[in-house]
Design a protein around this ligand. Structure first.
Ligand SMILES: [Fe+2]
Ligand SMILES: [Fe+2]
Length: 154
């Protein structure tokens, strides 16, 4: 029984873990918000996460770290842009902004603890889940708002 980022792992669990990270993430229509900048940035973030899937599979620690920094930059930039876009269209949800701050702080903390390739794999998954969770629980609320104000830019 080994430990990866504090998670106990048996050989069977390790196998499941590798299978999961071998699957790249595909941006589904259900995650589209309907704002071209936001959707493009989400796709860009998912793209960096998929690059990290490759880096983890290749067991390239240097590339994992470089991609993680790129991912953090893209996420920070996206949250800033998204908050401005939403405020400009009179949609401000405090909890959403708080959720953004928590993601930034948490990802920064977990990234600093990464040593092994398995650590990076878990970081990558963690980032993916948090981003998708943010889209599902918050960004899609903005999507309804856009429909309500008949906003259409693509
Ligand atoms: Fe977003
Ligand atoms: Fe968001």
């Amino acid at each position: 029984m080994g430990t990866i980022n504090g998670y106990a792992s048996s050989k069977v669990e390790d196998f499941r873990w590798w299978r999961r990270i071998m699957n790249k993430f595909v941006m589904m229509d259900a995650l589209l918000v309907g704002h071209s900048v936001i959707d493009t940035e989400h796709a860009g973030i998912i793209g960096i996460i998929n690059d990290m899937v490759d880096a983890v599979q290749d067991r390239d620690l240097e590339l994992c770290e470089a991609k993680w920094l790129q991912l953090q930059e893209a996420i920070n930039q996206h949250f800033m842009n998204e908050e401005v876009i939403m405020a400009d269209l009179y949609y401000v949800e405090k909890q959403h902004i708080q959720a953004h701050r928590k993601i930034v702080t948490d990802l920064d903390a977990i990234g600093k603890k990464c040593i092994t390739i398995e650590d990076w794999g878990h970081c990558m998954e963690n980032a993916l889940h948090r981003i998708v969770d943010n889209i599902l629980n918050h960004d899609l609320g903005f999507s309804k708002h856009l429909t309500g104000i008949k906003y259409k830019d693509y």
